[in-house]
Design a protein around this ligand. Structure first.
Ligand SMILES: NC(=O)c1ccc[n+]([C@@H]2O[C@H](COP(=O)([O-])OP(=O)(O)OC[C@H]3O[C@@H](n4cnc5c(N)ncnc54)[C@H](OP(=O)(O)O)[C@@H]3O)[C@@H](O)[C@H]2O)c1
Length: 297
C-alpha cells in the first residue's frame, strides 16, 4: 500500500509518520495491512495543495492508494484576517486533492474540525448533526468537507478538536512556556470541548483507511472539559499546580483583543467510530498525562 501524507511537517502528519514507521501508537499496534506500507510524506515546500495542476499531476505520477490530508491553514485568528488564504488552503486545496484522488482511485482522508458546528450545543455533537460554522476557519473547513465528499466518493471526513502533538505548536506547549516564563496565567472557563492527543487521532485514521467505511467521523479525546480545566491539568502535571486561574471569555476577549468567535460548547461524540472500527480514544486526562511524560519542551 502506498500512503501519501500532505502537510506532513505539522502535528498530525508527524504522528502518522512515526506510527507507520514503528507499527504502533501509544494505544496499540496498527493493522497488519499497513506494516511495510510505502509512505510518501510531503509538505508545502514539495507540493502546495492550492495549485490544482501541480497537485493533480503529482498524484497521477505517484499513484497513492490513500491520501491523508494533514495540510491546512490552522491559525484561527489568521484565517479570520485572511479569508482568501483560508479558503484557498482549507477548501480549494482539498478539492484539488480530491480530484487527484478520484483520478487514480485513491481513498482520501480529510481532517476537519469541531468549528464546523455553531458551538452553542448542550450535548456532544453527532456526525449527523447539522453544521453551522461561525468563523472563517470553520466555514473554510466546512467547504473543504463538501468538496472532498463531492469530488471523491472514497472519502473519510475525520473531525477533531483541541489537538496536541509532539512536534509543532499547540496549547499544551504554550501553557508550559507561559508558566515557565511568567509563573501564572488566566484561562477561559466557559468554553467546553475535547482535548485530543494527535497520536490517538493518527491511530484511528490508520484504523479507518484499510476499510471501505467512508463517511463522516468524529475523533476526539473521551470526556470533556473547559480550556481552564485542561490548562490546570497541564500545570499540575508540569509542576505548576495552582498557577492557572479561571476567567470568562468576555473578559479574555476584551483584554487580549481576540478577533474570532470561539465555540462555547463544541464537544464531539465519536459515534461513527464506535459503530464501525471501534472507539479506542483515551480519556483526555489519561492521554495528556502520557504526553507530558514524553514531550521534550
Ligand atoms: N490544531 C488543532 O487544534 C486542530 C483542531 C481541529 C482540527 N484540526 C485539523 O487537523 C488537521 C491537522 O492539524 P495540525 O494541528 O496537525 O496542523 P499544523 O500543525 O498546522 O500542520 C499543517 C501543515 O500544513 C502545511 N500547509 C499549510 N498550507 C499548505 C499548503 N498550501 N500546501 C501544503 N501544505 C500546507 C503547514 O505548513 P506550514 O507550517 O509551512 O504552513 C503544516 O506543515 C488540520 O486539518 C486541522 O484543520 C486541528
Amino acid at each position: 500500500m502506498k500512503i501519501l501524507i500532505t502537510g506532513s511537517g505539522g502535528q498530525l502528519g508527524n504522528e502518522l509518520i512515526s506510527i507507520l514507521k514503528t507499527g504502533k501508537s501509544e494505544i496499540g499496534e496498527i493493522d497488519k495491512s499497513l506494516l511495510g506500507a510505502e509512505v510518501l510524506a510531503i509538505d508545502v515546500d514539495t507540493l502546495d495543495i492550492t495549485k490544482q495542476d501541480e497537485t493533480v499531476s503529482f498524484i497521477k505520477e505517484n499513484r497513492p492508494d490513500v491520501i491523508i490530508n494533514c495540510a491546512a491553514a490552522t491559525n484561527v485568528d489568521g484565517c479570520e484576517s485572511n479569508s482568501d488564504l483560508a479558503f484557498k488552503v482549507n477548501a480549494e486545496g482539498v478539492k484539488n486533492l480530491a480530484i487527484g484522488a478520484k483520478s487514480v482511485g485513491a481513498k482520501l482522508v480529510q481532517v476537519s474540525t469541531d468549528y464546523v458546528f455553531s458551538g452553542e450545543g448542550d450535548r456532544p455533537y453527532l456526525e449527523t448533526d447539522p453544521i453551522n460554522p461561525q468563523s472563517v476557519y470553520g466555514r473554510s473547513k466546512a467547504k473543504g468537507e463538501e468538496y472532498a465528499t463531492k469530488e471523491n466518493d472514497k472519502t473519510f471526513i475525520v473531525r477533531t478538536a483541541w489537538l496536541y502533538g509532539y512536534i509543532g505548536k499547540n496549547f499544551v506547549k504554550t501553557v508550559r512556556r507561559v508558566l515557565r516564563e511568567k509563573g501564572g496565567m488566566s484561562v477561559v472557563n466557559d468554553q467546553i470541548g475535547n482535548p485530543t492527543n494527535a497520536n490517538d487521532l493518527a491511530h484511528h485514521i490508520l484504523k479507518l483507511i484499510p476499510t471501505k467505511e467512508y463517511g463522516i467521523y468524529h475523533c476526539t479525546g473521551e470526556g470533556e472539559c473547559s480550556w481552564y480545566d485542561f490548562a490546570a491539568k497541564i500545570a499540575e502535571l508540569s509542576g505548576f499546580k495552582g498557577a492557572v486561574k479561571p476567567c470568562t471569555t468576555s473578559w479574555y476577549n476584551t483584554t487580549y483583543n481576540v478577533p474570532t468567535k470561539r465555540p462555547s460548547y463544541s464537544s464531539l461524540e465519536n459515534a461513527h467510530l464506535k459503530e464501525t472500527v471501534g472507539n479506542e480514544m483515551r480519556n483526555w486526562e489519561e492521554a495528556i498525562e502520557e504526553y507530558i511524560k514524553n514531550v521534550k519542551d
